[in-house]
Design a protein around this ligand. Sequence first.
Ligand SMILES: Cc1cc2nc3c(=O)[nH]c(=O)nc-3n(C[C@H](O)[C@H](O)[C@H](O)COP(=O)(O)OP(=O)(O)OC[C@H]3O[C@@H](n4cnc5c(N)ncnc54)[C@H](O)[C@@H]3O)c2cc1C
Length: 430
Amino acid sequence: MKYDVIIVGAGILGSTIAYLASENGLKVAVLEKEEEAGLHSTYRNTGVVHRPFYLNPESRKASALAASRSYDFLKEFVNDNGLYWNQLGTLEVATDSASIKKIRDYENWAIKNGMKESEFQVLDKKDICKIEPNVKGELAFLSKTDTVVNFKQISEKMIETARAKGASIFYGCDTKKISGEGVVSCLLNGTEKKFSGASIVVVAGGETFNFAVMNGLSGYAQLHFRGDYWKLSDVKGMLFKRNIYTVPRFPNFPFLDPHIIKRHTGGTEIGPNAFLVPGPYDYEGTVSKILKNVLGTGEGPFSIKAKLFMNSEFMKMVFADWKISLFKSSMIRKVSEFATGITKDDAIGKGISGIRHNIINKQGFISEPFFYVNGRTFFVLNYNSPGATGSPWYASVILLLLLKKGILDTAYSNLILSNDNEILSVKTIS
Ligand SMILES: Cc1cc2nc3c(=O)[nH]c(=O)nc-3n(C[C@H](O)[C@H](O)[C@H](O)COP(=O)(O)OP(=O)(O)OC[C@H]3O[C@@H](n4cnc5c(N)ncnc54)[C@H](O)[C@@H]3O)c2cc1C
């Protein structure tokens, strides 16, 4: 059978593409190597639908658009299907004078990125104390519409709905080879199976990079950064009413600092850090990983990674985040910069770690997701935070691009969330 779209990977992005494409009458196949949808980054993340106040509208234009356009869609989908949605907000605090300026930037960026004035407030020291007595900061940005969700649950529902609309979902289908001519080979229950389609979209998380390289991508490398979390005791968790973030320490790198987060399970956790690990599935292990890291990490030529490894600010971040993973006391010390009343004994166990897959070139980190296109095949790379939030917009951009390139010819309904102008904000290389 020939499909219109073959999607490799059923994380939140693959699931959303499957949902939008099948709602629009396309013949869809989803190939997922696990036995269920959303088991990797989609499950192992912080679970926040981010509002775009912290995204620079110029350097992070696509992510800001994605977060802004996707919010109402996600809210409606979650409400229509009775899924988890807890709009409890995020407080991002500045603890020093350098970060205060960032809070002022956030006010401008929030408006530029389409947030309504009623959605946010800037709070001084006294007001911070009023709404969060256990948080200390000089100034803070309160985003009232940041929302806690369960992205795995959303992903599963998208797949279920796509299947009801006729999409074929193949679990246990470990893709091994992808061609630019629309053919995918995978191992399904130990037997090789070939699928052919008018188009292929590869959204396989940390594995997408290797498939893209097999299809001719060059000049890039990939590094993996694990985010570890600690569970807070219920008594201490109750001290905080919403997510508490701080202005990031290392603004040149694409990571947020460890924060206090409210989970859809009802618990409170602290994390994540950015612990450099060798591979896309290194969810566990510490000291042995560090030793392996020294010898080689991630994928792609070392010549591309060399400049980053010689950057003292980057190495400072790497060591600081290794320490946070190795020693509970380091994580507590970090969080105590903005939260009072938490001691080592209040961190009662590890949470579920997740891994970001960052693409770099010789100049360093690439800040935004981008597409590599080979013939009929699209590879989505560098798809990191706030990727789960922005998945409806990115899914829509991919379908529109397939349409514009003449690969697909279906007349789309209003499920498309982006327009011809907006799709230009995502870098596409071929
Ligand atoms: C620690 C952490 C915290 C984050 N917090 C947030 C947050 O609060 N809010 C937010 O919006 N974003 C957040 N993100 C980012 C967000 O989680 C990701 O951008 C998003 O989940 C990526 O979705 P995906 O579908 O591309 O990848 P994944 O969810 O990783 O899905 C990829 C899928 O491809 C499958 N696959 C891989 N290889 C193959 C193969 N060979 N054959 C078949 N299938 C394959 C995998 O099994 C998997 O199901 C966070 C990420 C991390 C790591």
